[in-house]
Design a protein around this ligand. Structure first.
Ligand SMILES: C[S@@+](CC[C@H](N)C(=O)[O-])C[C@H]1O[C@@H](n2cnc3c(N)ncnc32)[C@H](O)[C@@H]1O
Length: 191
């Protein structure tokens, strides 16, 4: 199937699929924090189709939160609170229309999620919350659940319009023993 994604470039999409496929041999499920209307979630559902892995996806379904001073960008005033809002039902219906298994969909702000809301082990995590605090909260939620050789991919790490993303990742990884790579706007953390 050819995947279309409004939020992620074609090259990034290919890389997400490739890395997620490589993670099929790692134990644990896949998660996406910040699923929006589910474009990347649909791709991940296709990747795990026919395996015993599950996909867990998370969003406020109220759009973006307020940004913090760490998100102040020199190149514009996009990404307002409440932007990128869709309903959980819309996302669920996209999976049904695509004939793909509906993932576990949780509606919450990331800072309201508890560890029990995530799978016990994660092989691949895609973090796409756009802002400093959203990425910081996401990293803190997934870190203790990541399997050895699992991968955390952070979208917008190199996006100048969203400087809070790199700040959150760089602060988090400075005292961690992880490998880190960049690909286009993606930051790729290998556990
Ligand atoms: C850029 S969109 C995600 C795009 C999606 N990953 C894709 O590939 O199509 C960012 C999403 O993150 C959600 N989000 C951002 N910060 C959040 C937070 N702190 N808690 C819950 N959802 C959040 C927004 O509601 C929005 O749907």
């Amino acid at each position: 199937m050819a995947w279309r994604n409004d939020q992620v470039s074609e090259y990034e999409t290919d890389r997400i699929i490739k890395v997620a496929r490589e993670c099929l041999i790692v134990s644990g499920d896949m998660v996406e924090l910040g699923c929006y209307k589910g474009d990347t979630s649909l791709m991940l559902a296709e990747v795990i189709r026919g395996t015993d892995k599950k996909l867990w996806i998370y969003d406020s379904f109220e759009g973006l939160p307020e940004k913090s001073e760490k998100d102040e960008s020199v190149i514009g005033e996009n990404f307002k609170a409440g932007a990128l809002m869709v309903t959980k039902r819309e996302v669920k219906e996209r999976f049904l229309r695509a004939g793909l298994p509906v993932p576990i969909i949780k509606k919450a702000w990331f800072n309201e999620l508890r560890y029990e809301d995530l799978p016990s082990e994660i092989c691949f995590a895609f973090l796409d919350g756009d802002f400093y605090q959203s990425i910081k909260d996401s990293l803190e939620l997934v870190e203790s659940k990541m399997a050895k050789n699992g991968v955390i991919m952070v979208h917008d790490y190199k996006n100048e319009a969203l400087p809070g993303v790199a700040k959150a990742v760089d602060e988090w990884k400075k005292d961690k023993d992880v490998k880190f790579k960049e690909y286009q706007s993606l930051g790729i953390i290998i556990i």
